[in-house]
Design a protein around this ligand. Structure first.
Ligand SMILES: Cc1cc2nc3c(=O)[nH]c(=O)nc-3n(C[C@H](O)[C@H](O)[C@H](O)COP(=O)(O)OP(=O)(O)OC[C@H]3O[C@@H](n4cnc5c(N)ncnc54)[C@H](O)[C@@H]3O)c2cc1C
Length: 380
């Protein structure tokens, strides 16, 4: 087993380090967080340096890249303290490259080529969160057109995106597994209104309710095969979950580093608090969790690269990293004492942002639902 980096990985990480130092210093991230603004100039810089098309097939202007390397890059960006700064849009765009028409591919690739966020994912509804079978947004096909009606909620980056990758139900289909289709819907279509939701975390990404009121478009907005929407979405979802786990790893490492630095310099009772065993216990347990998270993410990515079936591995990895990442940030905040809860303290942002990952991409509990079923099946 080789735990070393390849020359290529080292080069990429070094060049990312330089870019982060230049384009994404802490004061930049803190300002975005405070004013609830997206990291537009950082995205542009990542685009110009070619990072945002790593992993894309060459025929679409990308550079092939292993899952393991992509996860290392996501870890590095979030270690800077920036949440969701790398990779998720890339993986979502894969759905279009794999299943979309030429017209859809050109639209999405055109936006990626300018460094813009091409689309938001519209899955969750007020009455359908974990239970996708309860989805009620309808897509009625008629005379070469399709009409959408319904409400989506908690949709990340809807205000920044040109399109909505919409999951909707085709009425009258008996088999529930074949009732959901995927559509690429321009967010400025007549009949669409968005309502931004105020939230306590992820301030650099907006979250919206989206109302679709008899939105009628040409049938060409269907992505892939009618009735295959859920299957298509799941195709790259494992990788997306893994990217979330890698993001949690980086954010947690950032929280740990901040807490360890603070423990070394904060003096109480005449000595640095890091010399107290209770603080050392916290730091040691945090370091153990980080080591486990990293091994979990890298091993799962390696399995993807080997073409091995992930079965319960992806869901377990997402659950472990989302939960442990937040636990690490929570302990880090404890080490900071009261100053940790002030808005200007980076740990307060890391703590908030890590909390969000216990929902997005499937909750902690739904990861048990997926992994647990598989474990029982494997031993049945
Ligand atoms: C920061 C953030 C970003 C998001 N981004 C997007 C996005 O871009 N696009 C999008 O479509 N959605 C997005 N979501 C929505 C997210 O996918 C949902 O919040 C998630 O799927 C859970 O659905 P819910 O919130 O309706 O909770 P519910 O499904 O109502 O669940 C409520 C609670 O019950 C638990 N629960 C539900 N079913 C079971 C079960 N069978 N067994 C045990 N426990 C269960 C859940 O784990 C949870 O703790 C985002 C959410 C957040 C917080």
């Amino acid at each position: 087993m080789d735990f070393g980096l390849t020359d290529e990985q080292q080069l990429l990480l070094d060049s990312l380090d330089d870019l982060l130092e230049r384009e994404c210093p802490e004061h930049y991230i803190a300002d975005l967080d405070l004013h609830h603004r997206p990291p537009a100039s950082f995205r542009r810089a990542m685009h110009e340096a070619g990072f945002d098309t790593l992993g894309f097939p060459e025929e679409y202007g990308g550079t092939p890249c292993e899952a393991l390397t992509l996860m290392m890059l996501a870890e590095r960006v979030s270690r800077q303290g920036l949440n969701n700064g790398f990779g998720l849009e890339l993986l979502q765009a894969m759905d279009i490259l794999e299943f979309g028409s030429e017209e859809q591919k050109n639209a999405v690739l055109g936006l990626l080529a300018t460094g813009d966020v091409p689309f938001a994912l519209g899955f969750t509804e007020p009455g359908a969160g974990s239970d996708s079978s309860a989805m009620s947004t309808s897509a009625v096909h008629h005379n070469g057109l399709v009409t959408f009606k319904g409400t989506k909620t908690l949709i990340t980056n809807a205000l920044q995106s040109r399109y909505l990758l919409l999951m909707a139900r085709n009425p009258g289909v008996e088999d529930p597994r074949k009732a959901i289709s995927m559509y690429l819907v321009p967010l400025d279509s007549p009949g669409i209104t968005t309502n931004p939701l105020d939230k306590i975390l992820w301030h650099i990404s907006d979250s919206c309710e989206i109302f679709l009121d008899d939105v009628t478009l040409p049938e060409s907005c269907l992505v892939g095969v009618k009735g295959n929407g859920f299957k298509q979405l799941m195709r790259n979802f494992e990788l997306e979950r893994l990217m979330i786990a890698a993001t949690c790893l980086g954010l947690a490492q950032c929280a740990f580093d901040d807490a360890a630095d603070y423990a070394a310099q904060r003096v109480q009772f005449g000595r640095p608090i890091g010399t107290f065993q209770l603080i050392q216990l916290k730091l040691t347990d945090m370091a153990i969790k980080l080591e486990n998270m990293r091994n979990f993410v890298y091993k799962t990515a390696w399995m993807v690269d080997q073409g091995l079936p992930l079965k319960s591995q992806g869901a377990m990895c997402k659950r472990y990293c989302a939960m442990s990442g937040f636990e690490i940030a929570d302990e880090a905040m404890q080490i900071f004492g009261g100053v940790g809860v002030t808005v200007g303290a980076r740990i307060s942002r890391l703590w908030r942002d890590l909390r969000g990952h216990r929902f997005g991409g499937g909750t902690d509990e739904i990861m048990v639902h997926i992994a647990g079923r598989q474990i029982v099946k494997d031993h049945g």
